[in-house]
Design a protein around this ligand. Structure first.
Ligand code: ZN
Length: 178
């Protein structure tokens, strides 16, 4: 059995910045990450590089920004009146804006002027080349309902790794689809 589209893959991984080796994310010491291949739940290069891998296989690969979090978008950098921030705001702080739908959108404070503060909504890994070390620890065919829904259905005693940095989709348990 090998990794291919619509298979359910569970991995342990470690992600570092290629430029300096700093670790930005790791599943070691917590639950491994489970996802369905080919559903856009992962950054594109992560899946591409695992195609054809077998159970137990370890792969190390590098992803340029185009196959990871993309290039920074200049339009995601905005100026906001300083009066909207608490006085203790500092350059480099990561805060979150609440959207109309209740989602939290994180941003970074990049410049503090007298009247205006410049904030950046780009993903913190935008523009970065990333190195991943990945080990395939489980591999199985998706069930029919998983194929229908396009995502993993966890069993009762399994964690869905919901807080995982690399995962953009929530498990369907949260939106009641199944
Ligand atoms: Zn579902």
């Amino acid at each position: 059995m090998k990794v291919e589209n619509e298979m359910i893959v569970t991995v342990h991984y470690r992600g570092t910045l290629s430029e300096n080796g700093d670790e930005f994310d790791s599943s070691h010491g917590r639950e491994p990450l489970t996802f369905m291949v080919g559903k856009g739940q992962m950054i594109p290069g992560f899946e591409q590089e695992l195609m054809g891998a077998e159970l137990g296989e370890k792969r190390t690969f590098e992803l340029e920004p185009e196959r990871a979090y993309g290039q920074p978008d200049p339009g995601a950098i905005q100026k906001v009146p300083a009066s909207e921030f608490p006085p203790e705001v500092e350059v480099g702080m990561v805060l979150a804006a609440e959207m109309e739908n209740g989602m939290q959108l994180p941003f970074k404070v990049v410049e503090i002027g007298e009247d205006e503060i410049t904030i950046d909504f780009n993903h913190m890994l935008a523009g970065k080349t990333l190195t991943f070390e990945v080990e395939i620890i489980e591999l199985r065919e998706a069930s029919e309902s998983e194929k229908d829904h396009g995502h993993v259905h966890k069993s009762e005693n399994e964690s869905d790794g919901e807080n995982n940095e690399l995962k953009s989709d929530k498990n369907c348990d949260d939106d009641g689809c199944c």
